[in-house]
Design a protein around this ligand. Structure first.
Ligand code: SF4
Length: 329
């Protein structure tokens, strides 16, 4: 039965083992782990743009890579359109791959400098053995036109060093779309782009979503960008989701002090408007030994005693607006 959910993540964990020196290995048998994602559950609805936001190191990129199955999970499950894909491997995973594509932060680094634009875009079609040679060429040209990589005859033979930043990002988008995916995981897709082309790329992504019937997981540290493109957002802090809800609801009524702090740093268009910046104090604690109780308690301006000991559960405070805070009403 179709419940309108494309991706469901349940109790997901990803721990990376920390390499220790020779002497340390001799002195202790205990191994340390970076808890990049620690018991996270959420879902992405079909056709929506789900944002995953938070400071650098909060686990959002790892989450995207786990959903893409570019990393093995430590524990928990990932369901895609009802199918458990957590342990797909080998040929099963290869066959599944076209369903999900990733757009990486640095388009230059993610393009092979030895491949022409046509080869880069058509590569996944060839790997997946989709269509014959002529059909693959046609599909590449069709998608290039759709992302405005024109004139096609000129650009299709170029190598990455002969492209502008905006063109490289369009090649990366075309490469993701050419296999007709259902989900695109976009990891800070405009972070490296010139300010002048950022809005154009976001506009294009929204148009492509409609045309290709896509669902996006949009990973960003920038809440202003999230506000522009996302339907819902999940805010991550130190490997866990602390708040999740419709974008307008979370912007209007942030219920977690960390979200409030992030929002206070978002510029407002009115030059007369003054916002009180509530940047959390102190450094983000280590993900190797996150604080007990609420992970934010070491930086939270309103922490109380219970916050140091008891982990707050995610509660639904307003029709799909979830927050993990002991003081949330
Ligand atoms: Fe702050 Fe306590 Fe809420 Fe955590 S649970 S955000 S420490 S008030």
């Amino acid at each position: 039965m179709d419940n309108g959910v494309l991706v469901e993540v349940k109790d997901l964990k990803k721990y990376f083992s920390v390499e220790t020196g020779f002497v340390e290995k001799l002195l202790t048998k205990e191994r340390n782990f970076v808890k990049a994602v620690d018991d996270v559950s959420f879902s992405i609805k079909k056709g929506e743009v789900m944002g995953l936001c938070g400071e650098s190191g909060c686990g959002k990129t790892t989450m995207g890579r786990l959903i893409m199955r570019l990393e093995d999970v430590t524990d928990g499950n990932i369901y895609f359109d009802g199918q458990d894909i957590t342990n797909l491997s080998g040929s099963e995973l290869t066959r599944f791959r076209p369903n999900m594509q990733m757009v990486f932060q640095d388009p230059h680094a993610s393009l092979n400098p030895r491949m022409s634009v046509g080869e880069s875009i058509g590569h996944s079609l060839a790997v997946q053995k989709l269509g014959n040679k002529r059909e693959r060429k046609e599909r590449v040209r069709e998608v290039m036109k759709r992302v405005a990589l024109t004139p096609v005859d000129d650009i299709i033979v170029r190598h990455p060093h002969l492209l502008s930043g905006g063109q490289k990002q369009r090649v990366v988008l075309a490469r993701a779309l050419v296999v007709n995916p259902k989900l695109v995981v976009a990891d800070e897709p405009i972070a490296m782009a010139d300010v002048s082309v950022r809005a154009l790329i976001l506009e294009l992504m929204l148009e492509l979503k409609k045309d290709f019937d896509l669902t996006y997981l949009f990973i960003t540290h920038d809440l202003a960008t999230a506000k522009y493109i996302c339907d819902r957002i999940a805010v991550m802090y130190l490997g866990v989701i602390v708040e999740l809800g419709d974008i307008d609801e979370v912007f209007m009524n942030p219920a977690h002090p960390y979200t409030e702090a992030l929002l206070s740093a978002v510029p407002v268009p009115d030059p007369k408007a003054r916002r009180q910046h509530k940047i959390p104090r102190g450094e983000i604690p280590s993900a190797v030994s996150p604080p007990p109780g609420c992970r934010f308690h070491t930086r939270c301006p309103i922490a109380i005693e219970i916050c140091k000991k008891v982990k707050p559960e995610m509660i639904d405070i307003r029709k799909g607006h979830y927050v993990a805070c002991h003081l949330a009403k």
